[in-house]
Design a binder for this molecule. Structure first.
Ligand SMILES: *[C@@H]1O[C@H](CO)[C@@H](O)[C@H](O)[C@H]1NC(C)=O
Ligand SMILES: *[C@@H]1O[C@H](CO)[C@@H](O)[C@H](O)[C@H]1NC(C)=O
Ligand SMILES: *[C@@H]1O[C@H](CO)[C@@H](O)[C@H](O)[C@H]1NC(C)=O
Length: 749
């Protein structure tokens, strides 16, 4: 571990000078799909309740086929197949007395003194556990949901309303992080009205409640809890641990640096019952380590210090899931977000490493070099590591050491030593993450769905880079899943149904994990997309099913190289030639917009009557825009064939072939006059150039939406070949049709 970010080293790491990152522009997605496009073509469904905000708790129940949603004063039960259908809702407002109390405490009656449902867990075969803020009076209830997939039930059990203190936050702006293990709830919340007493708390169940040492900044220092998971250590359930992910203000930072945010992973033993003489009803196995997500640089590392969300991707071995985490920065000089991936073994290694130690207030944090008592703090009482059967049997020196040394000296570094994916300079930050493992033709890939504070979901695939375990993230899609760009507050995935569920303040959305047809209509486009869910089936880009015979399925997620996979693909449609007319001295716009935002557009030009092709370079009269090529102050010798091709990953794909005809002003005028005299001219006041075009290309004037003209520099037009055929007899100026031929040997036509 060359870069073992140790606790005591924080001062040196604090500066967020993003060397080589600060000036970066965000990488564009390959495809950007708007809310309207997703709704019209890609099955986006949304759900919201009238006069209800703040959809935050999502719970996928595959067996019942339901998605349970917690929102302001409500719990809803939706169909996993289509959230817009067969929805049931349950009103669960806070009692009037609680709302009045809340209002007296100075909170806003209309926006804060409501019951915001923050937490939903599957409790047993018939009931859910739901907890909400209850107008700054946290409360929990059991919600009856029926036995199975029959007619959905949604009923509050009035007999069992529980105190929600230590389970749900008081403040609607705070998040709840919890996990239900058996009948016990492990949560990380503020357990008081003022929002100052932060605790990791175990409640419900039969055992006495357990919590962290209150108001001890070494244990927790203004934490914001993010996620909690139950992860077994080995085959012995006595060693099971609960892992907490949060961010907090660093206690270990040099005071001169002010308040520094750090991300953490904390652990406790499931069988912890507290100490006997000291740490009574408090955790005796609590440890925490710093979670680092940074980009190494010459002048120091760039830290993504604000953990936002963690997704646990299970592997075949349930002890070693992968942890996908999203981070943002707290810096005002440098804005960015990143995804870092951690292995459980690296987390465990940090907890087995040296403890961080501070001798006194005037001392620095160092690696503890003295004798560590036995059993080592952080170990669970079990047969695996000793003879202790309960934390109440732990010797006093173990309890004392545990109380004073909750922090580990070594940090947990991400796999590969750096972020898998980062976005710098974008006007949004990452808030949520869900990951799916997909079987593709050439192996397994992890697909990341990243929610942002701008109401979008980014779809990123993790592809191996060089030798494993190093990987890099490729941004495939940017999906605008909400109409109003509200921040994504929660996200759940159903790998079984291939659906993603996204919550925000304003609505819940549902979208499939793949939209293969959106990648394009030719083999090369499908292949270049590198979407492990999709493959070219010989006719279209469709869903890839690993079980189906592979002979006709073409997919190359790893390299995205279509030159071998798609060569000899007969389905490639021939490139049609479009005609464009221009008048000397005016401008012409040659439209060509690649589907992929990651492609580079290349223009080549073949002058009329000449066989050689030249590359069109940006110069004084030509301007490349995102939608095409603008030619200014046209000259007669600009006439010829313009070829537009998209270049992506070294592969050139022809997109459009436009033949430009530049007429002299006199020619154009003569044509216009001839048109005026023509009896066939449609009535009504018209612009001269429109008449002119009608004369040259009858039928062209009819397709009004393909007319893209702008005065005072008009005379540009693109016409489909059919109209060309119809207009042949009246054409006064037209070059001979040219044989379609490849301009350069590298291009596959
Ligand atoms: C989902 O349900 C809505 C409302 O009934 C319907 O309009 C839509 O077509 C359904 N979508 C799918 C994919 O079944
Ligand atoms: C589930 O828990 C609820 C609440 O404690 C209880 O009323 C119900 O009987 C339980 N159901 C089963 C099947 O155990
Ligand atoms: C973010 O930038 C994109 C273009 O880069 C723009 O379309 C969008 O409106 C911006 N969003 C906000 C919230 O500024």
């Amino acid at each position: 571990m060359g870069r073992a970010g140790a606790a005591a080293m924080i001062p040196g790491l604090a500066l967020l000078w993003a060397v080589g990152l600060g000036g970066a522009t965000p990488s564009p997605p390959r495809l950007r799909l708007s809310f309207q496009e997703l709704q019209a073509w890609h099955g986006l469904q949304t759900f919201s309740l009238e006069r209800t905000c703040c959809y935050e708790a999502l719970l996928v129940d595959e067996e019942r086929g339901r998605l349970f949603v917690g929102a302001e004063n409500h719990v809803a039960s939706l169909s996993l197949d289509n959230i817009s259908k067969r929805a049931k809702k349950l009103a669960w407002p806070a009692p009037v007395e609680w709302r009045e109390e809340c209002n007296w405490a100075g909170k806003d009656i209309g926006t804060e003194c409501m019951n915001f449902v923050k937490l939903l867990h599957a409790y047993n075969r018939t009931h859910l556990l739901a907890c909400g803020t209850g107008a700054f009076h946290p409360t929990c209830a059991f919600v009856e949901v029926g036995h199975g997939a029959e007619e959905p039930v949604l009923r509050l059990d009035p007999g069992r309303i529980e105190d929600g203190k230590g389970k749900s936050p008081y403040d609607p702006r705070h998040r709840a992080a919890s996990v239900l293990v058996g009948e016990e709830l492990y949560s990380g919340v503020a357990a008081d009205l003022m929002g100052r007493d932060f605790t990791i708390f175990r409640s419900l169940g039969q055992r006495p409640s357990l919590r962290t040492e209150p108001h001890d900044s070494r244990w927790l220092n203004e934490p914001k809890f993010v996620k909690v998971f139950w992860i077994p250590e080995n085959e012995n359930p006595d060693d099971d641990k609960i892992y907490f992910f949060f961010r907090e203000t660093a206690v270990e930072a040099a005071p001169a640096l002010g308040r520094l945010s750090v991300s953490r992973v904390g652990q406790i033993c499931r069988n912890d019952v507290g100490g006997q003489r000291s740490l009574v009803n408090k955790w005796t196995t609590f440890l925490k380590a710093r979670l680092v997500c940074s980009v190494p640089g010459v002048e120091g590392d760039t830290h993504f210090d604000q953990l936002q969300d963690v997704f646990l991707l299970s592997s075949r071995d349930h002890r070693t899931p992968l942890l996908y985490a999203v981070f943002s920065t707290s810096s005002s000089i440098f804005q960015g977000s990143a995804v870092c991936v951690y292995s459980m073994n690296d987390v465990r290694r940090a907890f087995l490493g040296p403890f961080a130690h501070k001798e006194g207030p005037m001392h620095q944090w160092v690696s503890y070099q003295g004798r560590v008592p036995y059993p080592r703090p952080g170990m669970c009482p079990s047969k695996t590591f000793g003879t202790f059967s309960s934390t109440k049997d732990f010797p006093d020196d173990v309890i004392q050491f545990a109380r004073n040394h909750p922090l580990m000296y070594n940090s947990v570094l991400p796999i590969g030593g750096r972020p898998l994916f980062l976005q710098v300079g974008a006007n949004y930050t990452f808030t949520q993450i869900a990951t799916d493992r997909v079987a593709a033709a050439d192996g397994h890939y992890d697909v990341l769905f990243i929610g942002t504070d701008a109401g979008t979901v980014l779809k990123v695939i993790s592809v191996p880079k060089g030798s494993r375990p190093s990987a890099e993230g490729l941004l495939l899609e940017e999906l605008h899943v909400f109409e109003d760009s509200a921040a994504v507050t929660s996200m759940q995935i159903s790998s079984k149904r291939h659906q993603l569920y996204i919550a925000s303040r304003s609505a819940v959305a549902q979208i499939a994990l793949h939209r293969c047809a959106a990648h394009g209509r030719v083999c090369a486009e499908c292949c270049l997309a590198r979407d492990p869910y999709c493959a070219w089936d010989g006719v279209a880009c469709t869903r890839f099913q690993p079980s189906v015979k592979r002979r006709f399925r073409r997919q190359d997620v790893r390299n995205g190289d279509p030159s071998t996979l798609c060569s000899g693909d007969s389905s490639r449609p021939a490139l049609l030639e479009h005609r464009v007319f221009g008048v000397e001295g005016s401008s012409a716009f040659l439209e060509c917009e690649p589907r992929s935002l990651q492609a580079r557009v290349e223009w080549t030009f073949q002058r009329a009557g000449v066989t050689t092709h030249t590359q069109v370079l940006a110069q004084e009269r030509t301007e490349r825009t995102a939608r095409g090529l603008l030619l200014r102050r046209l000259r007669r010798r600009d006439s010829g064939v313009y070829l537009c091709a998209a270049v992506e990953q070294g592969f050139t794909q022809p997109l459009r072939r436009l033949s430009l005809h530049v007429l002299s002003a006199t020619q154009a005028e003569r044509l216009a006059r001839a048109e005026e005299a023509a009896p066939a001219a449609p009535p009504g006041p018209k612009l001269w150039y429109r008449d002119f075009l009608q004369l040259v290309e009858p039928g062209g004037g009819g397709s009004a939406n393909s007319l893209r003209m702008c005065r005072p520099q008009p005379a540009l037009q693109s016409l489909p070949p059919e109209s060309r055929r119809k207009g042949r007899n009246r054409r006064t100026h037209a070059p001979e049709p040219r044989a379609e031929r490849g301009p350069r040997s590298v291009t596959h036509w």
